[in-house]
Design a protein around this ligand. Sequence first.
Ligand SMILES: [Ca+2]
Length: 112
Amino acid sequence: MEAAIKTVVSVFLKSSKGKENLGGKEFQSLVKNQLKNILTGSEDNEAVKNMRQQLDNNQDGKVGFQEYMNLIGYLAQAPAYYSFFQELGCISQCFSKLFTLFSLSTFSLAQQ
Ligand SMILES: [Ca+2]
C-alpha cells in the first residue's frame, strides 16, 4: 500500500519535473509510458488530449495533482466494476456509460 502511494506520487513528480502541474506533453508521456497496459487508446494523441481537457477541472490547461488523482481513482475502481458488469452481461455498454459518467468517454479499458 505504501509502495503504491509512493509510486503514484513519484510518477507525477517525475513527469512534472517537480512542478505542481503536468503540461500537455508531460501528461501525454505519462499516459503513454505508465498507462499503456490499462488504457487502450493511450497511443492516440488526440484521445489523450481530450482526456486531459476532461480531467482539467479548473480549466487552466494543465493537469494538477488533484486532477491526476481523479484519474488514478477512476482507474483503481474500474476492475471492480468489470466483474460486476460481467455478471450483468453488459460489459461494453455499461463501461461506455461509466466512462461517460467519469467524462472519459474517449477511452476504453484494455481486456482484463
Ligand atoms: Ca487543471
